[in-house]
Design a protein around this ligand. Structure first.
Ligand code: HEC
Ligand code: HEC
Ligand code: HEC
Ligand code: HEC
Ligand code: HEC
Length: 445
């Protein structure tokens, strides 16, 4: 009896051991599989910019990458496909909706600037190069600097700089746009986000690295060596989805982060630099235009504080057979709640959409209060009789600041979602400045 028990125990433990070994082998194989989860068809060279070449090794990522031509509208975001008859001057057969036609107040705010002529809803990455080439905003004569965020620029920069990205960046920036644009063949491509040897994410835009070093206060900071994998899943996007300006005679692309990433930090930077983008046509105030500070606003929100990256929501994992891959169809997460949000939030899909839209509609209500006040203020300035008196000059400084802060939130593309409370704080500051400006004007009434 005792013997029989021993034999059973022996076999049971032997089986368990075999089981564990088999499991370990299986895990090891899975890990290897994950490492080499592709069949290398071609050897991608450091100078291969055509995404179709990379796509031979990674057909799933390539297929999804090509899908950014989609245009689907969400309640407050996404984009719409508006068909048009192509012309020689503008051969686009579809464009996205015009923000200026949807909201007349923007024309009042941007009077005298190229943005009052043409300003559209942003759309998928596939369109970035053509939308820039055919915007009426180019009519004022733009530098090659514009191209930095609208094309695959790694190869053109390497060629211009003879292998030196920084040198190439400066050369590209100082060319007229129409010449620089001839060097661009693709919208953002694999080569702009990935190291061709390891497929690791990499930063390829010198303007970002330089500005980020200033923000961190670390001179030699190299994100490609020092940032964690999770950080890189935000920093690759922060090369473009940021507030920027062209500095000095060379029109160098700079992100104004020295005082911090908040709207008021950035305003204080511009105040110190006495920078202006244009002079307002109706009031003659020195104005600053804000553009797409997604990274800056995100950085002030609960998701950033919890370590959630842009990629976690905009490029969530998806399953293809036994593999988990990153969804290269970058788009609004509202079109993809299941994979973008429900991996972390155990809440029904329609409830999550409702949460997003509640945040956004409250946000837009506050925005409207601040924007209506600003537009009313601009109208008062316009009608003010004595444009040389002290009160008027002082009031113009309020318009400049109030409008920049409002625009910082307005031109951010999440309608407040990335950091609702911070967006409300900035809008409150803007409203306060508008009202103070009106008081200034009223002193003589
Ligand atoms: C927690 C999830 C989450 C994170 C993290 C996040 N976003 Fe978003 N983002 C959203 C949501 C939700 C919207 C609103 C989309 C809509 O209204 O259709 C949005 C909107 C956008 C839009 C406008 C899209 C459109 O279709 O109108 C852009 C561009 C964007 N985000 C970029 C970024 C960048 C860049 C980062 C990182 C710095 C980031 N997002 C981080 C959830 C996220
Ligand atoms: C720092 C990166 C960056 C630079 C530099 C840049 N853009 Fe953009 N641009 C973006 C991003 C991000 C979007 C999408 C978000 C948005 O539209 O708010 C965009 C959107 C656009 C659009 C489509 C939507 C619209 O506004 O009508 C046009 C056109 C455009 N840019 C033109 C230009 C021109 C012209 C220049 C040079 C003066 C320029 N861009 C420089 C990042 C940049
Ligand atoms: C090289 C600059 C660049 C980089 C890097 C970049 N974007 Fe964009 N992104 C743009 C431009 C420009 C547009 C607008 C294109 C247009 O309107 O034609 C855009 C549009 C978008 C949109 C709007 C799509 C839609 O359907 O409305 C989202 C969302 C977005 N980007 C998210 C991201 C995320 C997330 C990352 C990082 C993984 C990222 N982008 C990296 C330049 C960039
Ligand atoms: C806007 C930047 C961007 C572009 C452009 C881009 N990728 Fe990616 N790619 C990413 C991000 C972000 C990840 C996720 C990285 C991580 O998880 O650390 C990724 C991951 C990958 C991976 C690793 C496996 C996976 O799916 O997670 C492969 C392979 C890949 N990309 C191939 C491509 C190919 C091929 C192209 C061009 C057709 C391309 N990528 C273009 C941002 C980009
Ligand atoms: C990688 C995980 C992750 C993803 C993906 C994610 N979230 Fe979150 N979310 C969090 C965490 C963590 C918090 C903070 C929870 C806390 O501290 O109580 C949070 C908070 C929130 C909040 C509360 C915000 C506040 O100000 O209190 C909302 C709403 C929300 N998420 C919506 C979304 C939506 C919508 C998506 C998809 C577009 C999404 N989340 C994607 C992790 C995530």
């Amino acid at each position: 009896m005792e013997n029989k028990k021993n034999i059973i125990t022996f076999f049971a433990s032997a089986l368990a051991t075999i089981g564990i070994i088999a499991l370990l082998i299986n895990i090891f194989e899975k890990k290897q599989e994950a490492k080499n989860s592709f069949f290398k068809v071609v050897n991608v060279k450091a100078t291969d910019e055509d995404p179709a070449i990379w796509g031979k090794n990674f057909p799933h990522q390539y297929e999804d990458y090509l899908k950014t031509v989609d245009q689907v509208r969400t309640r407050y975001g996404g984009s719409e496909a508006i068909p048009r008859t192509p012309t020689k001057a503008d051969p686009r057969s579809v464009v996205s909706q015009s923000k200026l036609e949807e909201d007349e107040r923007l024309k009042v705010m941007y009077a005298g600037y190229a943005f009052s002529k043409d300003f559209r809803e942003e759309r998928g990455h596939a369109f970035m190069l053509e939308d820039q080439r055919y915007t009426k905003r180019l009519k004022v004569g733009q530098p090659g600097t514009c191209l930095n965020c609208h094309a695959s620029t790694v190869l053109p920069m390497l060629k211009l700089g003879r292998g030196d990205l920084m040198e190439g960046f400066h050369k590209l920036g100082t060319m007229p746009y129409h010449e620089a644009s001839k060097l661009a063949k693709h919208p953002i491509a694999c080569i702009d986000c990935h190291n061709p040897k390891t497929m690791d994410l990499r930063i390829t835009r010198p303007a970002f690295t330089k500005s980020y070093q200033k923000y961190l206060g670390i001179k030699d900071y190299n994100p490609n060596k020092m940032a964690s994998r999770q950080e890189m899943k935000t920093l690759v996007c922060a090369q473009c989805h940021v507030e920027y300006y062209f500095k000095g005679k060379d029109k160098e692309l700079v992100y104004p982060w020295e005082n911090g990433l908040k709207g008021d930090d950035i305003l204080s930077y511009y105040e110190k630099a006495q920078f202006k983008d244009w002079v307002h046509a109706d009031t003659k105030a020195d104005m600053i235009k804000a553009q797409h500070p997604e990274f800056e606003l995100w950085s002030q929100g609960i998701h950033a504080k919890s370590g959630v990256s842009c990629v976690d929501c905009h490029m969530p994992y998806k399953k293809v057979g036994a593999h988990k891959i990153t969804d290269h169809h970058i788009k609004s997460p509202v079109l993809n709640i299941r994979r973008a949000c429900q991996t972390c939030h155990n809440i029904d899909e329609d409830k999550l959409v409702e949460r997003v839209e509640t945040i956004q509609s409250r946000h837009l209500e506050i925005r409207d209060i601040a924007m209506d006040a600003l537009v009313e203020f601009i109208d008062k300035l316009k009608k003010y009789p004595n444009k040389n008196d002290k009160a008027y000059k002082k009031a113009l400084t309020f318009q400049r600041k109030a409008q920049f802060l409002l625009d910082f939130i307005e031109s951010e593309n999440s309608s407040g979602f990335h950091a609702p409370q911070e967006a409300a704080r900035i809008l409150a500051l803007s409203l306060d400045l508008t009202r103070k400006g009106q008081v200034e004007l009223g002193r003589k009434d």
